[in-house]
Ligand binder design. Structure first.
Ligand code: SME
Length: 164
């Protein structure tokens, strides 16, 4: 019972913080059209808002390659440089165009272990103004099952407001 209460309290706190940081991001980026600057700002502000974020950043669609992502702005330890569509969690999000919520990365077929401390992750596809995929946003945690529907809802909201 106490545990369930704590979960609900934490979720409410988390949603409140997401709502605040969404406003802060919109205000910092007001009038800034550069996509790299927008991605760098989103990664920095989100990474610095939540304790459960361990690696936070973008893998961007590489226009020079067929169905391949290349690392973009991020916060955290060294990330791998390139990920083909369909490979790992990021590649699955790019191929499906849908958010991947992974409570245990070790149970995900083909997970790419850039940092062995990663235990769970969420990857959200990022669409541009014309509706085409431009990137995926990847957040890893060093704690298992760190992300839930609250993270998914707010990340999808923030990313579509910032890049759509
Ligand atoms: N976890 C990702 C790879 C990228 S890194 O974690 C920075 C994946 O399997 O898609």
């Amino acid at each position: 019972m106490a545990e369930a209460f704590n979960d609900i309290t934490l979720s409410a706190d988390k949603a409140t913080r997401y709502a605040e940081v969404a406003d802060e991001i919109a205000s910092v980026l007001d009038g800034e059209p550069n996509v790299t600057a927008r991605m760098a700002t989103v990664a920095s502000m989100l990474a610095n808002s939540f304790d459960h974020y361990f690696w936070t950043g973008f893998y961007v669609v590489d226009p020079a390659k067929e169905r391949e992502l290349v690392v973009g702005p991020y916060q955290g330890s060294l990330g791998c440089l390139r990920i083909a569509y369909g490979r790992g969690v990021c590649g699955a999000a790019a191929a499906a165009g849908e958010t991947q919520l992974v409570p245990d990365v070790h149970a995900f077929p083909g997970h790419i272990a850039c940092d062995s401390r990663s235990a769970s992750e969420i990857v959200v596809p990022v669409f541009g103004p014309d509706g085409a995929l431009i990137a995926v946003f990847d957040v890893d945690s060093d704690k298992p099952a760190a992300f839930d529907a609250v993270d998914q809802l707010w990340l999808e909201k923030i990313l579509s407001a910032t890049f759509g």
